[in-house]
Design a protein around this ligand. Structure first.
Ligand code: COA
Length: 176
């Protein structure tokens, strides 16, 4: 895999059951899960179930790893032939190091190679999730618009921005 675009070196690899403790570290953090569909996890068993029933069955779900420890994920979901959604998260202690941006750029390259039928990757982000919007913009995604009251998340219906990356768009260099 390509080296990362951040100062911290990371790789993307599929999840393993042995990632459960690492996953619990970030999925157990309310600040990490705030804008995600998942509830904050509290036990290792929940993390194991998540790996078995969410990570492994998803067609493209990669662990972002530093020194072989999982510190986040980047994954596609809702594949519909020519398009798929993409999402990501990074453990709080690694925020602000360019990891999400680098991982997203890497993921786009890999997904478009692994699924040649995909011409559009799209991402929804809560209008209040400024960090995620910046990650998408830095990775070359185009903001397409505001989707009012689009997502029910943790009991609230929120506005989203929708972003897309087309297979014909230019993926900027992974290193910077
Ligand atoms: C959003 C998230 C993925 C950003 O991860 P990250 O590794 O810190 O992002 P990067 O370091 O690549 O930052 C990219 C840019 O976003 C900016 N940024 C990151 N978080 C920010 C925040 N909370 N507010 C404002 N800007 C922010 C960075 O400063 C950087 O911009 P710059 O290079 O111009 O300074 C991370 O905070 C996270 O995992 N949040 C919880 C899960 C989540 O919201 N996932 C997305 C769901 S749509």
């Amino acid at each position: 895999m390509d080296p990362s675009s951040s100062s911290t070196t990371f790789i993307l690899r599929p999840f393993k059951l042995s990632d459960a403790d690492d996953i619990l570290e970030y999925t157990g953090d309310d600040q990490v899960t705030k804008f995600l569909f998942m509830e904050t996890m509290t036990t290792r068993d929940e993390a194991l179930t998540y790996i078995k029933h969410v990570c492994m069955p998803l067609s493209w779900h990669m662990s972002i790893c530093v020194n072989n420890c999982s510190i986040g994920f980047v994954s596609t979901y809702g594949h519909e032939g020519h398009k798929a959604n993409i999402g990501y998260c990074v453990a709080r202690k690694y925020w602000g190091q360019g990891i999400a941006t680098g991982a997203l750029k890497m993921a786009v390259k890999m997904v478009l190679k692994d699924f040649p039928e995909i011409v559009r990757l799209q991402a929804y982000t809560d209008v209040e999730n400024i960090g995620s919007q910046r990650v998408l913009e830095k990775a070359g995604f185009k903001k397409e618009g505001l989707l009012r009251k689009n997502t029910l998340i943790k009991g609230s219906v929120v506005d989203d921005f929708i972003y897309s990356f087309l297979s014909t768009d230019v993926i900027e260099a992974v290193n910077h």
